[in-house]
Design a protein around this ligand. Structure first.
Ligand code: NI
Length: 175
């Protein structure tokens, strides 16, 4: 399959609302998911959404055992999630640093719901349901935002906590 170019912030395709997948277990869907996985791994991402490679479908992939971009993050299972729906399980939120392959070289603090349930389908159309918290929940919320044309800077409320990864690392604000 293929490592695809990741669109960067400023590209209007990242601001579009993606459409649901209607046909599962098709060669096109399998190829899309493989490309998303290949591209995510090549870029050391923890997740990637189809709109980031210019495909306006409600498909995200995420997961890792260890990740060099987020060394303190707990492992998240490798997941393909099609037509996802997020349900917030509690109103509590937490702030943490986020990055995005479409916003390279930068990190910002975003408030996300701490505990969620997410449902959707895998590439074959089998239903999937999971509860997640903390970093896992953050990744899912971040990736699903891409399907609604939302990049994490749009979620930020304190732009003082937005900066270049290298500078933040040098200042020990992030690892
Ligand atoms: Ni992203």
């Amino acid at each position: 399959m293929a490592i695809r170019e990741v669109l960067r912030m400023g590209d209007p395709r990242l601001l579009e609302v993606a459409v649901p997948v209607s046909d599962f277990d098709t060669p096109e869907l399998h190829a899309l998911i493989q490309d998303l996985m290949d591209t995510m791994c090549a870029e050391d991402g923890v997740g990637l959404a189809a709109p980031q490679i210019g495909v306006g479908l409600r498909v995200v992939v995420f997961g890792f055992d260890e990740n060099i971009r987020y060394p303190d993050a707990e492992a998240v299972p490798q997941t393909v999630l099609v037509n996802p729906v997020i349900e917030v399980l509690a109103g509590d939120r937490e702030d943490d640093w986020e990055g995005c392959l479409s916003v390279p070289g930068l990190r910002g603090v975003v408030s996300r719901f701490t505990r969620i349930r997410y449902t959707g389908y895998d590439h074959l159309g089998s239903p999937l349901e999971r509860q997640a918290q903390h970093f896992h929940a953050r990744v899912v919320q971040h990736e699903c935002d891409h399907l609604d044309g939302i990049l994490y800077p749009q979620r930020m409320t304190d732009m003082r906590r937005f900066g270049f990864t290298e500078v933040l690392q040098a200042d020990w604000q992030i690892k």
